[in-house]
Design a protein around this ligand. Structure first.
Ligand code: BMA
Length: 376
């Protein structure tokens, strides 16, 4: 090779090295699609207008139905789809065809894409099985060994990376017919300030929890997953110190949330108190960390309070700059395990009033027009 060519070759090699180093330095930005950045902007912006309403598994089943197309209990009650749809991918890591709630993963993909095309937002939860015992997420029998094994036992570590490969492939397959990879808010390792999941607080140290989160984040990035935002959601009712104790860091989290439920009719006051305290804290944290905030899960199972929507939930939420609130699923296979009303339910009329409130945003309110009130 001529000297001049060799110099040119060395220059090119150096430039490629410099470029990839530059990429590494700014890895977070370069690993997000335009649509994912837009979703982040939407989540931040929407709280200036109101808060979006979300429902878990909204369009795949409900009370008295399973698998119908374009159906949703929320829509049947108020005429509009939720703005946010939550989906559960537990058991995908085992290569199963259906989730732990018996929904086909192909159907979930289809519904996520449809929801995106309608202008809605998708969020994913992951009740991952226990990689040590083979039990479910709630199997805490192995106590403090599970997260530790994923991090330091080479066999468990590589098995776990295999699980993440499946998640990466699934997320990368969320593509419209036009070739748009849809953006998704991923909410892994949730409710970790409690101790009912194997990744809960009694079963790993703060450092181990953070390492699990960062491993998940970095590995998915390394597999080219560029359509995810990440939601952090401890349990409500914790102090700021508890909330932040296991926080993996601003560069690994896009939205700050929490999960908190009302368990009994007589808990209304304490539910409102805890929600207000947690939301007050979260509003501060959101500002300090420049992150959107949300109530990532809430609800009152079977809704035995007819005016729960306008008299319990709304008076809390209207005071805080949250992007969305999501209520849990309307299980078709369990008795009284539902969190949104269905036609004929005793809280349905109140839900319609909630829907009409100034700050609640449903699909047609946000459909590309955040800031303009479309349907009310
Ligand atoms: C829980 C319950 C379970 C379900 C799990 C994951 O809160 O609804 O029945 O399997 O969420 O969706």
């Amino acid at each position: 090779m001529k000297k001049s060519r060799m110099l040119l070759f060395a220059f090119i090699v150096l430039m490629i090295g410099a470029c990839s180093l530059g990429k590494k330095d700014t890895g977070i930005e370069t690993l997000r699609t335009v649509e994912t950045d837009l979703l982040f902007g939407k989540l931040k912006q929407v709280s200036q207008t109101g808060f979006m309403f979300g429902h878990q598994d909204a369009t795949v089943y409900g009370i008295g139905w399973d698998g119908d197309s374009a159906r949703s209990d929320v829509k049947s009650v108020c005429g509009d789809y939720p703005a946010v749809c939550g989906w559960e991918i537990g058991r995908i890591e085992k290569g199963k065809k259906v989730s732990l709630d018996n929904v086909d993963f192909d159907r979930i993909r289809k519904e996520m894409i449809l929801n995106y095309q309608r202008g809605g937002i998708n969020t994913l939860s992951w009740h991952a099985d226990n990689p040590v015992t083979g039990g479910d997420s709630w199997d805490i029998s192995a106590k403090a060994t599970v997260v530790g094994s994923i991090l330091s036992d080479s066999v468990k570590h590589s098995e776990f990376l295999g699980w993440l490969d499946i998640i990466a492939a699934y997320c990368s397959s969320l593509v419209t017919e036009e070739g748009v990879k849809i953006p998704v808010l991923f909410r892994p390792w949730h409710e970790h300030t409690g101790s009912w999941f194997w990744w809960g607080k009694d079963f790993c140290t703060p450092e181990q929890y953070k390492a699990l989160w960062i491993l998940t984040y970095d590995y998915l990035h390394s597999k080219g997953v560029d359509n995810l935002l990440y939601a952090y959601s401890p349990c409500g009712g914790c102090t700021k110190e508890e909330y932040m104790e296991r926080y993996p860091g601003d560069e690994y989290v896009d939205l700050l949330g929490f999960d908190y439920y009302q368990n009994r009719i007589e808990d209304t006051e304490s539910y409102q108190k805890v929600m207000n305290e947690t939301l007050g804290m979260l509003a501060e944290l959101g500002k300090e960390h420049s992150k959107p905030i949300a109530v990532t899960e809430t609800g009152l199972m079977a809704l035995p309070i007819d005016d729960w929507w306008t008299n319990v939930l709304y008076p809390i939420l209207e005071n805080y700059p949250i992007s969305y609130v999501l209520v849990w699923r309307n299980a078709r296979e369990l008795e009284n395990h539902y969190f949104a009303p269905y036609p004929g339910h005793s809280s349905a009329a109140d839900f319609v009033d909630f829907y009409k409130k100034a700050k609640t945003l449903f699909l047609s309110d946000i459909n590309g027009h955040i800031g303009e009130r479309m349907n009310k």
